[in-house]
Design a protein around this ligand. Structure first.
Ligand code: FES
Length: 106
């Protein structure tokens, strides 16, 4: 399956991912350094913040309280489709997912 991450310089990075991976793990494994992921995926740092294309927002699981709290503290604007990439598990129905990476992660 494939996902696309758009960086703030308007470059779209389409990468092949394995179902079950997190979006953060897939991005960092593919060298997308704009996903900082300082905490390594424990949902504590907020440096894997992405804006999910609204087309896909309803396919993602609900935010849990921890992710919601961390998103309250991100540096870039929090939008209705803001998520932490480390909490987005790439289920098969997310094939073709598109997200935007904010310019600022910290
Ligand atoms: Fe730290 Fe996602 S990697 S919150």
């Amino acid at each position: 399956m494939k996902v696309t991450l758009e960086t703030s310089d308007s470059i779209a990075h389409s990468i092949e991912v394995d179902p079950g991976q997190t979006l953060m793990a897939a991005a960092t494994a593919n060298g997308i350094s704009e996903i900082v992921a300082e905490c390594g995926g424990t949902a504590t740092c907020g440096t894997c913040h992405v804006w999910v294309d609204p087309t896909f927002a309803n396919l993602l699981p609900e935010l849990d309280e921890r992710e919601d709290d961390v998103l309250d503290g991100v540096i870039a604007e929090r939008r209705p489709t803001s998520r932490l990439a480390c909490q987005v598990v790439l289920a098969a129905e997310l094939d073709g997912l598109v997200v935007e990476i904010p310019e600022e992660q910290w």
